[in-house]
Write a protein that binds this ligand. Structure first.
Ligand code: HEC
Length: 203
């Protein structure tokens, strides 16, 4: 379970790193509005996107580290450019992983099914930590009479090694940054993604 603890401790490491630079970055507040290169450029014609402006703002990227975009809380987030045509690597990868591992129960594009909830709605309120916790540990609504179970994926590397990817894809859907589209253009796969994938998959 080494790869799992790595995934879970990442936000803590990020928080520690932020706390360290905090002293130096006292003027960070003055630097807003954020770097134009971090802004999202959405396809405003895509009615399937259901844009939630407040949520979009909350999940806006405030910095990028080797192709991974991070929000103000230091959690991974999406980055959409070229009027909704181009996506960051992790969002693209999350789209693919979602449709390989989750779509069978949660429906295409996070839309939900009669069996499992629409994750495009769940991710409007689930935090990063809650999402990772459910993904690793599963979930069962004990009050429900029908035995619907979210399986625990903690031991499944094909899911846990891509937990951040799944999270940012579903956040992009929840905020409406991404509609019901198959991502076409994407940013190049970052070196960091190649490295952590190799380590996580035990290659
Ligand atoms: C075998 C079917 C199945 C698969 C596969 C599955 N889920 Fe689920 N999932 C469920 C069910 C059923 C629930 C609702 C459980 C409950 O609330 O009791 C659920 C709940 C969730 C929740 C909590 C939603 C909420 O509103 O609280 C998240 C997050 C989630 N799943 C993510 C995923 C992701 C990501 C994948 C793919 C890696 C995935 N699930 C694959 C069946 C599945």
């Amino acid at each position: 379970m080494q790869y799992l603890s790595k995934t879970v401790s990442r936000p803590l490491l990020a928080a520690l790193a932020l706390a360290t630079v905090g002293v130096v970055a006292v003027h960070a507040e003055d630097a807003k509005p954020a770097d134009a290169a971090l802004a999202n450029s959405l396809n405003t014609d895509d009615k399937s996107a259901e844009v939630d402006d407040k949520l979009l703002k909350k999940n806006a990227a405030t910095k990028v580290e080797d192709g991974k975009y991070l929000d103000a809380d230091g959690h991974p987030t999406f980055h959409v450019t070229d009027k909704g045509k181009k996506f960051d690597w992790y969002t693209y990868s999350g789209y693919r992983r979602y449709h390989a591992e989750c779509h069978v129960c949660h429906g295409p594009d996070g839309m939900g099914s009669t069996y499992a909830p629409a994750l495009k709605d769940s991710l409007k309120h689930l935090s990063y930590e809650e999402f990772i916790g459910i993904l690793a540990g599963g979930k069962q609504d004990v009050s429900s009479s029908d035995q619907k179970v979210m399986p625990a994926f903690g031991d499944n590397k094909n899911v846990m090694c891509y937990a951040d990817d799944l999270y940012v894809y579903l956040k992009a859907r929840a905020t409406g940054a991404m509609g019901r589209v198959r991502p076409g253009d994407k940013e190049d796969k970052p070196e960091a993604a190649k490295k952590s994938e190799k380590e996580c998959m035990g290659g």
